[in-house]
Write a protein that binds this ligand. Structure first.
Ligand code: ZN
Ligand code: MN
Ligand code: MN
Length: 279
């Protein structure tokens, strides 16, 4: 079954997110467990969590992804920020577990001058400190690679996972198409997509790819800029999305849109993806 949905707000409580997802025509989804630019995690009450789970079941909307706040930085050389980040991640993962949400996704962060190697070591050791609940998988999202941001390449993501005590048992990957394109990975022809999929499979393993973030890019290939566009309306374009959405090794992965608020809206983007995907 094709699972596609949008990133929706939890304003009014977690169960409201399921309502919003239904309204835009999505059958899976993503939320922030608080303000995306704050540290405070909204802890669901037992009643709220039950309501959320029931609404998902009734409407067959799954899986869900909890996206980390943008403030966390597990790659940082600063101890205070690292401590604060690990604490926030743990709280967010706990919220996910309580809601029955199986995926948690975060950006590996920035080394802010300490160097890529140290950044990778930092992410790995801080991931090892987490207590990841049984029913949650923590996903590292690839980045556009701007500045000292790490996690631009498949190979670097793999090293963060392999160096942590959890490995791929409890960790996995979320691939963002806009970030991938901005980082220089192209998939505009069948041949390019095929070699991209092969590259991911040999460097990480396709079974460790749990979620795709579908976003077009406002900037050209290798721009390193993280600016999302509506599907088909950016530099990636319809043709590339058609290939990706129809690829036999990707089509069964849950896909979540993070298209801009100023754009055509999630309903339009979800319909566009359904239309582009070959049956
Ligand atoms: Zn993200
Ligand atoms: Mn993303
Ligand atoms: Mn982004």
């Amino acid at each position: 079954m094709f699972r596609i949905g949008g990133h929706v707000s939890i304003s009014g409580g977690y169960p409201e997110a399921v309502n919003r997802q239904g309204k835009i025509g999505g059958n899976c989804g993503q939320i922030f467990p608080g303000s995306p630019r704050g540290w405070k995690v909204s802890k669901p009450s037992k009643k709220e969590a039950e309501e959320f789970k029931n609404a998902c079941k009734e409407n067959n909307i799954k899986p869900w992804v909890v996206h980390a706040t943008y403030l966390i930085n597990l790659a940082t050389p600063k101890d205070d920020l690292a401590k604060k980040s690990v604490k926030a991640v743990q709280e967010e993962i706990n919220a996910a577990a309580k809601l029955g949400i199986e995926y948690y996704v975060f950006h590996p962060g920035a080394h802010t001058g300490a160097g890529i190697e140290e950044g990778i070591e930092n992410v790995a050791s801080r991931l090892s400190k987490l207590d990841i609940p049984e029913n949650v998988t923590v996903l590292l999202e690839n980045t556009a690679g701007k500045g000292t941001t790490i996690g631009k390449t498949f190979e670097s993501l793999d090293r963060m996972v392999q160096k942590s005590s959890y490995g791929y048992d409890k960790l996995g990957i979320c691939l963002d198409t806009c970030h991938m394109y901005a980082a220089g990975y192209d998939f505009s022809t069948e041949k390019e997509l095929e070699s991209l999929v092969d590259k991911f499979d040999s460097e990480i393993g396709l079974k460790n790819l749990h979620v795709l973030h579908l976003n077009d890019s406002k900037n050209p290939l290798e721009s390193e800029k993280d600016e999302h566009a509506d599907i088909g309306k950016g530099y990636i374009g319809e043709k590339s999305f058609k290939l990706l959405l129809s690829h036999k090794k990707l089509k069964d992965k849950p896909m979540v849109l993070e298209t801009p608020d100023s754009g055509k809206g999630y309903q339009w983007n979800i319909e566009k993806c359904r239309e582009l995907r070959e049956k």
